[in-house]
Structure formats: C-alpha cells, structure tokens
Design a protein around this ligand. Sequence first.
Ligand SMILES: [Fe+2]
Ligand SMILES: [Fe+2]
Length: 206
Amino acid sequence: MTAKTIESRTFNPVPAAQAKAEAIAKAKALAPDLAVRIGSTPKTKFRGNPDVFGRLVEDHDRHRALLAMIEETTGNSPEREMLFTELVQELKGHAAAEEQALWSTVLRDPNTTDFARHAIAEHKEIDDMLADLAARDMASSAWLRRFAGLREEYLHHIREEEQEQFVAAEKHLSASDLRYMRQVFNRRKREEKAAAKIEEKINLKN
Ligand SMILES: [Fe+2]
Ligand SMILES: [Fe+2]
C-alpha cells in the first residue's frame, strides 16, 4: 500500500458526484430564483485525492457555477452586485489558500517549479481582471463583455490546473506534503476569504 493510499483511508471522503452537487448548491443558494443552466459549464473528470485535490476541484465547481450565474444577471441589479462580490471573495480566498497550501510546496521542488510558477502568474492576472471589473460600471453592456473575458480566463486557469498542474503535482507530493495541504487549505481559505478586499483598478491593457 502506498503512502498516498494510507493517507486517503484515514479520512472518509465525500463521493465525487456528491461533492460536485454540494459545491454547485452552495453557489445556487445565493440566488435561487436565477434561471441558470449550471450543467452547461465545462466540467472535468479529474478530482484526484478527494480530500486534497478533490477539495480544490470542489471550489472550482462552485466558481464555475458562480460565473454562469453572473452571466444571467442584468444591469446593475442587486443580484449582479452580490454575486460579483461573492465571486471576488471566493476567487481571492481560494487562490491565496491554494498558494499557501499547495503551490508553495510544488514551487520548491525543481521537478514542478514551472507548474507552480505558471498557476501563480495566472492568479495575478485574474486578480487584475477582477479589480478592473470592480472599477467599471456594472450597468453598462461593456461590463458583461469584459466579464466574459474574465470567465474565459478563469475557466482556462482551472481547467489547466485540473488537467495538467494538479496531475503533475500529485505525482511528486509526499505523504507529509499531502497532510500539510489538507491541514492548511480549509483554514486559510476561510481566513483569506473573510479578509478579501474588493480592489478597484482600471487596467488599460484590457
Ligand atoms: Fe489556481
Ligand atoms: Fe484552483
């Protein structure tokens, strides 16, 4: 039995389909009346170790749902504002906790440095796009066009994490790395999300 198998057996992970459904339900509960087809968002088969990578993919499912929901909102409706605020806090909290729990470990292994560097660079790009959107008029039609750009960038980011970087990282992480990841992610996500601030900064390149 490998160290990884022992690790996953010490927990009682939620089955993949249930984890996905619960993550989407968390997003939907914010605006239950919004007509949105969450099922049309891209999905991935990879979930990895359920309480390590599966936990990250669970957040990604929630983010895919939030992105689809915001696309269905109109003008400067309270729903658009509330869901965008939730998205910014979710994405910032997730990215920071992911860096602290996972990418810091992956970064210091020469075999996987490039994967971590790539993911972290994209976090910064996404952060800049969120600040740009926060600084612009939500009621204008241009806002939704710019939002579609962020959605595309973020879906690309999480698809690449799930299909390439997590897969590569999983092969190199030791049992203690996985334990560290598990111990750190949930706590840091909670704290980072609570502390996340909506920054407003126009990005002229955009
Ligand atoms: Fe990420
Ligand atoms: Fe992620």
